[in-house]
Design a protein around this ligand. Structure first.
Ligand code: NDP
Length: 479
């Protein structure tokens, strides 16, 4: 059994109350360890440590911070296989996916922001006849980072890396459903002698640990990735305190497929953008709009490929692993029932899978494709966050843009066309923070990342993240 501990002031600790929460392996449906069920009192200890560590951390030279963040990245790399297996066991995702994406990306996040802080410019503006402005971007202080369960270490490092690089100290909370790799990261901190109190990781429930981080007056900014409902509550609390907040929230992303697309490339990518990580990526496309002239061809080929996807033990070479928890499994199955009530036709999938052997009690769902639903029904408006997509035909560009923009969300969109003018026009009019043309999920870490409407506030990535994690001060000198 694995016993995860809090990492506070460089020490591994149980919750002060000694209470624990069970850790569940979603591909087995069984308990494999515990994590601390921390309270606000644990968060207070972590905040105290972060405050004490701040003065020394924020005055380190760029090179010193670079070296320490690089050591963290290298420490993960040195234990790559352990991290891959932990991520897969904790989350249910196939090991190959954790090996290809999650863990390498966590390493890249740390390397990228280690270097970004060295290249982050301060600005100056000369005012003719009067003097010179220069703009400082200074660390904010102690900041809170709260991350979700779908890409656990990937998103955890996406927040803590820029926060630390910018000279802040951190109190962080990974999702209580998938805390394992954040815990392993704390063991890397210990191994490499990362300065005590600079990164504090408090495990436990959102309503207790997350809430205490958000409510603390000593925490000067919150970077949160998670659901829109949680994000709204956090935003309200931060507004009361005029606290800086960055919210990366849910999505209901459209894939827009025009008749003139490169069919083969579009098809291969659309299978991936629908079902990678069991559809539990905020950037997955869940509403697939297909131009009517190729709708039947698309449907036949798509279903054919989906039915060939393999489901089962994430430690093997399957395409699809387990969804993250039993509660999430039932939420997704509930949406499939809703699709039927709303008049949808299940073209393939729709059922729970019970693989023979060790995984028979795991939380597996067939990749599911549904058609026949109006774009305004609940199934096409609400985020399901699972292996469920809908097919919706369209005739004109105006029609598809209006349907694509009809949800409260605005995170990501893919456009498939060989006509450059169509791509430019649609990209301009679509309400989403990220648009991919003829591809999906290519991320250059220098680019802004975030959503419009209820998909979030603010942008992370590159210097946007460095700006978020610093306080701006303009100084004017008269001559
Ligand atoms: P949640 O909003 O449920 O949780 C996210 C994190 O917030 C968890 O660590 C959670 O803790 C914590 N939390 C819960 N309640 C509070 C609270 N009151 N105060 C502070 N923290 C709290 O999201 P999920 O973990 O279910 O993640 C899935 C969601 O994340 C989806 O909606 C998805 O779209 C979104 N997401 C968005 C991304 C983006 O970049 N836009 C990227 C990835 C996911 P606990 O786990 O203990 O409840």
């Amino acid at each position: 059994m694995i016993r995860i501990k809090n990492y506070i002031n460089g020490l591994f600790q149980d919750a002060l109350s000694k209470s624990t929460i069970d850790l569940i392996n979603p591909s087995r449906g069984s308990i494999y360890g515990t994590l601390p069920d921390s309270e606000s009192s644990d968060v207070l200890v972590a905040i105290k440590a972060a405050k004490e560590a701040l003065p020394a951390w924020k005055v380190l030279s760029f090179e010193q911070r670079f070296d320490l963040l690089l050591k963290l990245a290298n420490g993960i790399e040195a234990r790559m296989q352990e991290f891959i297996e932990a991520e897969s066991m904790d989350n249910g995702k196939p090991q190959w996916l954790a090996a290809q994406s999650d863990i390498p990306r966590a390493i890249s996040n740390l390397k990228f922001f280690a270097s970004a802080q060295m290249n982050f410019p301060s600005e100056s503006h000369f005012t003719p006849g009067q003097g010179l402005n220069y703009t400082l971007r200074q660390p904010i202080g102690v900041v809170g980072c709260i991350s979700p369960w779908n890409l656990p270490l990937y998103l955890f490092t996406w927040k803590i890396a820029p926060a630390l690089a910018a000279g802040n100290t951190v109190v962080a909370k990974p999702s209580e459903i998938t805390p394992y790799t954040a815990y392993l990261l704390s063991t890397v901190c210990d191994e490499i002698g990362f300065p005590k109190g600079v990164l504090n990781i408090v495990h436990g429930l959102g309503g207790k640990v997350g809430q205490a981080i958000v409510e603390s007056k000593d925490i000067k900014a919150i970077a949160f990735t998670g659901g829109t409902i949680t994000g709204r509550a956090i935003n309200i609390e931060c507004a009361k305190q005029f606290k800086k907040v960055s919210l990366e929230l849910g999505g209901k992303n459209p894939n827009i497929i025009f008749e003139d697309c490169d069919f083969e490339e579009m098809m291969a990518t659309t299978v991936r953008s629908s079902f990678t990580n069991q559809g539990q990526i905020c950037l997955c496309g869940s509403r697939i709009f297909i131009q009517k002239t190729i709708y039947d061809k698309f449907k036949t080929e798509f279903i054919h490929r989906i039915q060939k996807l393999t489901i089962g033990d994430p430690a093997t070479e399957v395409n699809i692993g387990a969804v993250v928890s039993e509660a999430h499994l039932h939420k997704i199955l509930g949406y499939i029932d809703l699709a039927k009530e709303e008049g949808g036709i299940i073209l393939t999938g729709g059922k729970r899978v019970k693989p023979v052997g060790e995984c028979e009690n795991g939380y597996f769902i067939e990749p599911t494709v549904i058609e026949g639903l109006n774009h305004l029904c609940r199934l096409n408006q609400e985020e399901i966050f699972g292996p469920v997509v809908t097919l919706i035909p369209f005739e004109t560009e105006d029609e598809v843009i209006s349907m694509a923009n009809s949800t409260p969300y605005g995170l990501a969109c893919t456009i498939w066309t060989e006509n450059g003018k169509t791509a430019l026009r649609v990209a301009e009019r679509i309400d989403s923070g990220i648009v991919w043309v003829n591809t999906w999920m290519i991320r250059d870490l220098r680019t802004p990342f975030g959503g419009m409407k209820e998909s979030g506030i603010g942008r992370e990535g590159g210097f946007e993240a460095m700006r978020f994690f610093t306080e701006t001060k303009n100084v004017f000198i008269k001559y």
